[in-house]
Design a binder for this molecule. Structure first.
Ligand code: BDP
Length: 723
């Protein structure tokens, strides 16, 4: 195959044609080191002619950096291999001042690179033109090498380089909601990557996973589901975890584990898990010591407590801070951290679910130990296509606040729908909390700039699995990519990242780049419009969160039923969270509350207001008409994406082209399903005609209700389903 491919490329080049688009399955992600185009080849080859000797590959990380550079340069530049040993123009020198004499001799200012950052600079080395990739620590060198290769992958100039980059956040973590039986909660990309039954035996995929993460600066992985199975702490599993940690270590990735607060009972056989009980305190210490014996650089624990039926410190009348601190004190001597989730809500609490986490955590601000981070979902509810930012950001200044986003698309169409999440993350990060006046963005809260927190971070619920594409589709890879890039640099633009990703993933053909970026940038709003326009939320299929089910009223938890969120009735639609309703607005700074209270802010209209069906909106249309227009617009946007993609036939290799085309067809059908089902349902309250030119749904409401779990579901079946 390889030979044929090379012959084909050589032949095409000979005839002056661009190389044909050959099949690829997506496994290489954005780390495709395909030969660069003719326009750049000569300059890149000249700049990468000589490998400067003298870097002592004194660590596995430097070895990985050197290997990546070698592979990248060889594959990107075709037959040119970095030559070793005699200095000449076009030298590339990598290392830290202590591992490389050449780097030390250049006396570069590395202060801005910090512990993990790097400097890439055009320099003169013994009279020769050279490029230095330098850092204070080995991991910075590896990150620098990936950044350097990215310059060539994306067709940028290698002249006069002067790049300094350092991550703005300390913990940049993937959260894998993976179970020990290899299912992955809310995973749509095959089985879990972790083959527990074969570990500690290794698989190349683990190394490639680590390379992909390191290339975008991700430095930690929580291996197991937040709904944790404690068997992972048994000696047998810890050996398996340690094997993964060994593979990830050269790439700067630490492993973390999810744990339950009742571990002292379940694992330790104690009678209580009360965090203030001395036996419990001692048990956590011993457990931490055991883990660190197996994994000396273990990252720490991720904890979901008193949430969705899981146990927690409140079961003993203790606070969330008490629960976190007992673990934190056990981990502190080993430099481990506790990441405590703020995703806390309960059906016994009659308060608006969107207000519960804030009420829980604001009173205990300042009570958490220094090595605890509180991990807050981007919105106050649950990873919806669009939510206002969580009011907790900016409200707990004395606590290390970490942002949690979902990379897997639980509420945005699973694997098949094309939805680039960069704009969603960007919207959250750029949201102004006004906590310390204008400009107090969520980005500045989570990177520590606003309140001076020492521990900072961002976590993404991973979308990785055994699917050949890793992420369930080619475009889903972009969500993994943009998560890493934004965790590194929270103020980066999602459009810039989209372009960078497209160039690495599909090449630099202007039409491919332009079209793909445009599709990506429009895609998330399209999903909002065909699923949950105007601030609607949580109207997805019960339990599965697949497809529309605004009628869903299964089970006995009101906060797990769709009507709790949309409040459709004969008068109108939407959740009144103003002062006359739940007053969730009061949890935001006055400037933010005023913005959300403004009914012309249509993105959050129905999130904060119950609006009459006939009420005129800022668009000049009634709510009902606007709803029809938005739902229809969402479907049209998918049709447009599909047509645009079709125009790239022949410009993208056939396997990845066809897979994407197939998924866009599914997305179009499902967008239509969403539109029709939701409009049929809401019209049963609005009882208004469709605006001129807009088609009513093809079927009656009952048809859609039957399609997705709802009123008509067998009650026996329904009891087995969760939220
Ligand atoms: C919800 C998911 C559920 C998770 C939960 C969480 O449906 O599977 O366990 O979030 O974040 O959105 O803990």
């Amino acid at each position: 195959m390889a030979t044929l491919r090379h012959i084909a490329i050589a032949f095409a080049c000979l005839l002056g044609m661009s190389a044909p688009a050959l099949a690829e399955n997506g496994y290489d992600l954005w780390l495709r080191y395909k030969p660069v185009d003719a326009a750049h080849r000569a300059a890149y080859r000249a700049a990468n002619a000589v490998w400067v000797p003298g870097t002592v590959l004194s660590s596995v990380t430097l070895e990985a950096a050197a290997a990546e550079l070698q592979q990248g340069v060889v594959e990107l530049l075709g037959n040119s291999v970095l030559r070793c040993c005699s200095l000449g123009d076009g030298a590339v020198v990598i290392g830290t001042p202590s591992s490389s004499r050449a780097i030390a001799g250049l006396h570069l200012d590395l202060s801005a690179a910090g512990d993990e950052g790097y400097v890439i600079r055009s320099v003169t080395l013994e009279g020769h033109k050279a490029i230095a990739i330098a850092a204070n620590r080995d991991i910075g060198v590896l990150y620098g090498v990936f950044a350097y290769l990215r310059l060539m992958q994306t067709g940028q100039s290698l002249s006069n380089l002067d790049i300094v980059s350092a991550p703005k956040t300390k913990l940049r973590l993937l959260n894998h909601w993976d179970n020990l039986n290899r299912t992955s909660e809310r995973g749509y990309a095959g089985l879990s990557l972790w083959n527990w039954s074969q570990l500690p035996a290794l698989d190349k995929r683990y190394t490639d996973y680590a390379r992909a993460n390191a290339s975008i600066g991700i430095n930690g992985a929580v291996l197991n589901n937040v709904n944790a199975d404690l068997r992972i702490f048994s000696p047998e599993y810890l050996r398996k975890v340690a094997a993964l940690a060994n593979v990830f270590r050269p790439y700067g990735i630490k492993v973390y584990l999810s744990v339950l607060s009742t571990a002292p009972i379940q694992l330790g056989g104690l009678k209580t898990a009360d965090p203030l009980d001395p036996a419990v305190v001692a048990w956590w210490k011993e457990e931490a010591d055991t883990i660190y014996r197996a994994i000396p650089d273990f990252g720490g624990f991720l904890v979901k407590a008193n949430s969705e039926g899981l146990p927690g410190p409140q079961d003993y009348g203790r606070t969330q801070a008490d629960g976190a601190n007992v673990m934190a004190r056990a981990l502190a001597p080993h430099n481990g951290v506790v990441i405590w989730r703020a995703f806390v809500y309960s059906p016994d609490n009659r308060e608006d679910r969107a207000k519960q986490a804030y009420k829980e955590f604001v009173p205990i601000d300042g009570k958490f130990d220094a090595n605890v981070l509180v991990q807050i979902k981007n919105g106050p509810l649950d990873f919806q296509p669009r939510e206002p930012f969580s009011p907790l950001f900016g409200a707990i200044p004395k606590t290390n606040a970490m942002l949690e986003v979902q990379i897997t698309k639980e509420y945005l169409g699973f694997a098949t729908h094309l939805a680039y999440l960069g704009p969603l993350y960007e919207e959250t990060l750029k949201s102004d909390t006004f906590a310390k006046g204008p400009g107090s963005t969520v980005a500045k809260v989570i990177d520590g700039e606003l309140f001076g927190n020492a521990l900072t971070g961002m976590a993404g619920v991973a979308n990785t699995g055994t699917d050949p594409t890793w992420s369930g589709s080619i475009f889903n890879q972009a969500n993994w990519y943009v998560f890493g890039r934004m965790a590194w640099k929270p103020e980066i633009s999602s459009r810039a990242v989209a372009e960078e990703w497209v160039r690495q993933t599909f090449g630099n053909d202007p039409k491919v780049v332009q079209t793909s970026v445009a599709m990506m940038m429009a895609s998330r709003q399209a999903v909002v419009d065909y699923m949950t326009p105007l601030g609607l939320n949580l109207i997805m299929g019960h339990g599965t969160h697949y497809g529309p089910a605004p009628w869903d009223d299964i089970g006995n938890r009101p906060d797990w039923k769709a009507p709790y969120y949309h409040h459709a009735d004969g008068a109108g639609l939407g959740f009144n969270r103003t002062a006359t309703g739940s007053n969730a607005l009061e949890q935001y700074a006055p400037q933010v509350a005023a913005k959300f209270a403004d009914k012309s802010n249509l993105d959050y209209l129905l999130w904060f207001h119950h609006v009459g069906w006939n009420e005129k909106l800022s668009t000049g249309r009634s709510l009902w008409d606007e709803l029809v227009v938005r739902y229809t617009g969402g479907v049209d946007a998918v049709k447009k994406m599909r047509a645009e993609w079709a125009g790239l036939k022949g410009k993208v290799d056939s396997e990845r082209f066809n897979l994407t085309a197939r998924y866009l067809a599914i997305q179009q059908a499902e967008a239509q399903w969403w539109r029709d089902a939701c409009l049929a349902y809401f019209q049963s309250f609005a009882k208004l005609p469709y605006p001129k030119g807009y088609k009513p749904p093809a079927h009656p409401l009952a048809y859609y209700e039957l399609l997705n779990a709802g009123k008509n579901l067998d009650p026996a079946l329904a009891t087995g389903l969760s939220n």
